[in-house]
Design a protein around this ligand. Structure first.
Ligand SMILES: Nc1ncnc2c1ncn2[C@@H]1O[C@H](COP(=O)(O)OP(=O)(O)O)[C@@H](O)[C@H]1O
Ligand SMILES: C=C(OP(=O)(O)O)C(=O)O
Ligand SMILES: [K+]
Ligand SMILES: [Mg+2]
Length: 579
């Protein structure tokens, strides 16, 4: 990292403006922080009044970049990581992973490639929306980009889930509910439009609901008060006017508290299972399960996948209901990763609790060594505006400061007009906060819970903990890890090291799964049992690509079991400098 300016400023109290400018002129990763000349602070708070955007990092246009990207890449380096490493050096590699929800605004091959170039690590397909054919088309395009152009974008399907939601309200788009209007909630199907009638998807939707209770739509888009039960149906009055969107979700409240109703609905609906079979057939990498209530559904799905799919598809549990919070640890233990789904979670718990609940969930995931994605509304205003609010940038920074593994865009990329700008904001904000955390050496604050039960697992865990401490204390340029299933890479990532982790693996599903792991750049390469040979070959290849130079220092960790000592697991740490 080239630093221009007085390092003594770092961490000292800035007293005079020119010192502030001096600090702001500090080059970060070779990229000057510069204010465009027409930059002016607008006193008019309306967002359209913003005259300019602070240029933190100039991203090459995709056409410029595509020209410079090699078609494909030798050592299983994806072309984006290769470019970033060449341009910014080891410490310039972004650690936090980026997930983009794919929708109508970014589903063309060209738009998908632009997102990949701009740093998308995982593409999310929300099975709540659109047709199976549409999703298949997007999956095939992403796989084409990976195979033919050397990208490495993992694919995640996100189940619709089993929730009480509106099946029909008589219109294909949204309908306005006016103050004091009377509406009828039923599960009876009806053809055409039947004014002021809402069909719910679940027979038992009104169980335990009494006159005086409230029905809140989509977390507060509009609210109704139950006036009368008519058999299984509910007659209600709109007490808070608003919009009823297609497939709006219903939640039921009494005296300001969510009615904790344990529907006997299975977590995975019939449609979900059908989508899962589809996902397996399309060779996807992750399945995010909506509205998980407990570990059972996750275990059941993992057993099913183990029996049906030769590939290790990773199962992510979405934490988005009160029930999942009550069973958090068991769910985290059972799953391969977690998504903090703040959209629906914000329906089920008071919004003001989201920040602390998010921090707690992130902490538990790190303790249990499971990747965690923070999702929803990170840059919501950028669905319509080209720049984020200050609050949104602060929210993204806070997620990075908590060392979550990944950030996720929803509507911002799926339907927004500024998906690429939103992705750029995630990228530059996370890079900046990662650097601040390194300067504060925050990652040493986490008390590590011992996870390993067997001796080999305990050895692996201790080796990785020590390796990261050594890497940080010695200030090595990179950590190389040779791993078949990604376990050592995840144990290193859990410690949030300063240098990047290059995880060499011979298993493509391991490589695609590691795309969600903080600070890990997964590289596909064939691995022999000759550890020295593996190291020699990979170092030579990376040097040959001009990504390492003389005197660079690397710390090497491996858990490859050499044939000769098959009864012993040979795990080692080596530090070497490049000659
Ligand atoms: N595959 C898709 N096809 C069409 N629209 C989509 C798709 N995925 C997302 N969207 C749109 O983007 C919005 C935000 O996406 P997301 O947050 O994933 O969905 P939801 O609103 O159901 O939580 C959705 O409400 C929907 O309007
Ligand atoms: C990510 C979420 O789930 P979905 O978009 O599928 O509702 C959420 O609720 O925040
Ligand atoms: K979903
Ligand atoms: Mg949700």
């Amino acid at each position: 990292m080239a630093v221009v300016g007085d390092l003594a400023l770092m961490g000292t109290k800035i007293t005079t403006p020119n010192k502030l400018i001096g600090k702001l002129e500090k080059r970060v990763f070779g990229v000057p922080i510069s204010f465009s000349p027409k930059f002016s602070f607008s006193h008019n708070k309306s967002r359209t009044a913003i005259k300019a955007v602070m240029q933190i990092e100039k991203i090459q246009s995709s056409s410029e970049l595509k020209g410079s990207l090699k078609e494909g890449s030798l050592l299983g380096f994806d072309v984006v990581s290769e470019r970033e490493l060449k341009e910014k050096g080891f410490l310039g590699l972004r650690k936090t992973k980026l997930v983009c929800t794919i929708g109508p605004a970014c589903c063309s091959l060209d738009e998908l490639e632009k997102l990949a170039i701009a740093g998308m690590n995982v593409a999310r397909l929300n099975m709540c929306h659109n047709s199976r054919e549409w999703h298949q088309d997007v999956i095939r395009k992403i796989q084409k980009l990976n195979e033919e152009k050397g990208y490495s974008v993992s694919i995640m399907i996100d189940t619709e889930g089993n929730q009480i939601q509106v099946v029909d309200h008589g219109s294909s788009s949204s309908v306005k509910a006016e103050e004091d209007s009377i509406w009828y909630f039923t599960t009876e199907k009806f053809e055409g439009s039947r004014p002021f009638t809402i069909q719910a998807n679940y027979e038992g939707f009104s169980e335990g609901v009494n006159p005086g209770d409230e029905i809140v739509i989509d977390g507060g888009m509009t609210t109704f008060e139950v006036i009368e039960r008519v058999g299984n149906d509910l007659r209600c009055k709109c007490t808070d006017p608003g919009l009823l969107l297609p497939r709006a979700k219903l939640s039921f409240w009494r005296d300001g508290k969510l009615l904790g109703r344990d529907y006997d609905l299975p977590t995975l609906s019939t449609k979900d299972w059908s989508d899962i079979v589809f996902g397996i057939s399309e060779d996807i990498d992750f399945i995010a399960v909506s509205f998980v209530k407990d570990a059972d559904a996750i275990k059941h799905l993992k057993d099913y996948l183990a029996s049906k799919s030769s590939k290790a598809i990773k199962v992510l549990a979405k934490i988005e209901s009160l029930q999942s919070l009550h069973r958090l640890e068991e769910i985290v233990e059972a799953s391969d990763g977690i998504m903090i789904a703040r959209g629906d979670l914000g329906v089920e718990i008071p919004l003001e609790q989201i920040p602390s609940v998010q921090e707690d969930i992130t902490y538990v995931c790190r303790q249990l060594n499971k990747p965690v994605i923070v999702a929803s509304q990170l840059l919501e205003s950028m669905v319509e505006y080209p720049t984020p609010t200050r609050a949104e940038v602060a929210d993204v920074s806070e997620v990075v400061r908590q060392y979550a593994d990944a950030l996720m865009l929803s509507g911002e990329s799926a339907i927004g007009s500024y998906g690429m700008k939103a992705l750029s904001v995630l990228r530059t904000t996370s890079t900046r906060m990662e650097q601040s955390c390194r300067e504060e050496s925050r990652q040493t604050l986490l008390h590590q819970r011992k996870l390993g039960v067997s001796l080999p697992d305990q050895i692996a865990e201790q080796i990785c903990n020590c390796a990261v401490e050594m890497a940080d204390n010695l200030g090595v340029d990179a950590i190389f890890v040779y791993t078949r299933h990604g376990k050592m890479a995840s144990l290193l990532s859990r410690n949030r090291p300063n240098p990047p982790i290059f995880a060499f693996t011979n298993d493509n599903s391991t490589r695609m799964a590691l795309n969600l792991q903080w600070g890990v750049t997964p590289l596909l390469t064939d691995l022999s049992d000759d550890m020295e040979g593996n190291v020699k070959k990979t170092v030579e290849l990376i040097k040959a690509k001009g990504m390492m130079k003389k005197d660079d220092a690397i710390l090497v960790v491996s858990d490859i079991i050499p044939i000769s000592t098959a009864r012993a697991i040979f795990q080692s740490i080596q530090v070497m400098t490049i000659t």
